[in-house]
Design a binder for this molecule. Structure first.
Ligand code: GLU
Length: 440
């Protein structure tokens, strides 16, 4: 059975970058009838906030990315302590006392000598007495995982065959001097305990993967399948990392982006398949396949979300927007006609209000100087509402008769005078929605 997880740290709100990770993991689980876990990586007590945890859940619910279970790393400290003991017992965990300044100096020396800046494992040579002395002087050391200096190989679901020489990276610190368990240890223990079968995440985690594989193996766990999706860039390939804060889901929601439009876009960009509107998440899951994604950075332009939102809204039945329409005060018997006219002429739901205000209160007429008399004459020939779908034909027929105008010179000035717009919906459909007789 497939088990996936989305593991955000509750240190900020979700943005389009981590949405992609959430969506991929959700779709993989959904497609195979598996389990999707929301895991809050909250081992950093200073930066993790309940407000963000709530915000993450709210955003996922808004998108319909339901999860089967929530796990919090802060509830699982006992498990991480037990895993640390296990690694110690197996001789794969050692305490090191170098200060950041000392480590930096070592790195600089290595770089000067043309060597890779890999931790030299000096702490392994410390005697118990030396460790005790250092501990007394500097407090507890950090705990490093002793890598096995071999080539680590694995097949990534997107990037293909990968390998890393373990000797080319430093033994990772898994527990800080103040006792804080770091992500790498907590994540590996969780992935094992929770039976995670597939880990899909951003390609910034590729190097972590190599060391995580060794830690899982040291702890006797089963290594999940890994896949790393490319990171997002702006439309011109520029780094998006600094702008991601502005591309939060709450901001996109406030801007009127529809969840389904966002999901359909994010499920396809960076893949060989075109962006298409799916009716729901099941349809998206059916067509989802990691093998369609490439390693190149994925261009993201938030402006693409609006045409897609407009297309999505245009295809919605009245029932899906009935509440929004009722909330505007549109009378029930006009709702269907209103939606028919408005649906083709909005970008976001918020645009409905503008149309209703226009129909309810009337537009500011757009009248060219040379049409002023013509419009006055035409308006005088129009009765008071209610109007029907036949009103436009009857009225313009009578105006044509009386003024001799026809074609564009007849219809265009009338459209502009009634709606205040140069183009827009069918006037025959607009007339029954007008609550007031148009005036100059
Ligand atoms: N909390 C980690 C992150 O947000 C999770 C990475 C992972 O999926 O393993 O980067």
């Amino acid at each position: 059975m497939t088990v996936t997880r989305f593991a955000p740290s509750p240190t900020g709100y979700l943005h389009v970058g981590n949405l992609r990770t959430a969506l991929f993991n959700h779709l993989i689980a959904r497609k195979s009838g598996g389990t999707f876990i929301l895991r809050l990586d909250d081992t950093d007590p200073e930066r993790s906030k309940q407000e963000y945890a709530d915000g993450i859940k709210y955003d996922l619910e808004w998108l319909g990315l339901t999860w089967d279970r929530t796990e919090r790393q802060s509830d699982r400290m006992d498990r991480y302590a037990a895993a640390a003991d296990d690694l110690r017992a197996k001789g794969r965990f050692y305490e090191a006392f170098e200060t950041p300044v000392e480590l930096d100096l070592k790195r600089k020396k290595q770089l000067n000598m043309g060597l890779p800046p890999v931790y030299d494992r000096a702490a392994l040579k410390l005697s118990d007495a030396e460790k005790a002395a250092l501990r007394a002087e500097r407090g507890n050391g950090v705990w490093r995982f002793l890598l096995d200096h071999q080539r680590i190989e694995w097949t990534d679901g997107i990037l293909g065959d990968l390998s890393l020489d373990a000797a080319s990276v430093s033994d990772p610190v898994l527990i800080r001097g103040d006792g804080q368990v770091l992500y790498t240890l907590a994540s590996v223990v969780d992935d094992m305990d929770m039976g995670i079968t597939h880990v899909v995440r951003g390609s910034d985690h590729v190097t972590n993967t190599a060391t995580q594989i060794q830690i899982i193996q040291a702890l006797g766990g089963a290594v999940p399948a890994f896949a790393h999706h490319s990171l997002l860039t702006g439309p011109h390939g520029e780094a998006l990392s600094k702008r991601l804060g502005a591309l939060s889901l709450r901001d996109l929601r406030a801007a009127g982006v529809e969840p389904m439009a966002l999901l359909c876009h994010m499920a396809r960009i960076g893949s060989s398949q075109p962006v298409e509107l799916a009716a729901d998440l099941d349809e998206l899951a059916d067509g989802f396949d990691l093998s369609h994604f490439g390693s190149a950075p994925t261009k993201f332009d938030e402006n693409d979300l609006f045409p897609l939102t407009a297309r999505y809204l245009h295809g919605l039945p009245l029932s899906a927007v009935a509440d929004d329409i009722a909330a505007l005060g549109v009378p029930d018997d006009l709702a269907a006609g209103f939606w028919q006219v408005a649906s083709a002429n909005i970008t976001t739901r918020a645009d409905l209000a503008g149309w209703w205000h226009l129909f309810r209160d009337g537009a500011t007429p757009l009248v060219d100087d040379e049409d002023r008399d013509f419009i006055a004459q035409a308006f005088a020939m129009l009765q008071d509402p209610p109007y029907t779908v036949d009103t436009w034909a009857t009225w313009t027929g009578a105006v044509k008769e009386a003024t001799g105008r026809k074609g564009k010179t007849l219809f265009m000035p009338l459209r502009k005078a009634v709606t205040g717009l140069e183009r827009g919906p069918e006037m025959a459909d607009v007339m029954p929605l007008l609550q007031k007789k148009p005036t100059l």
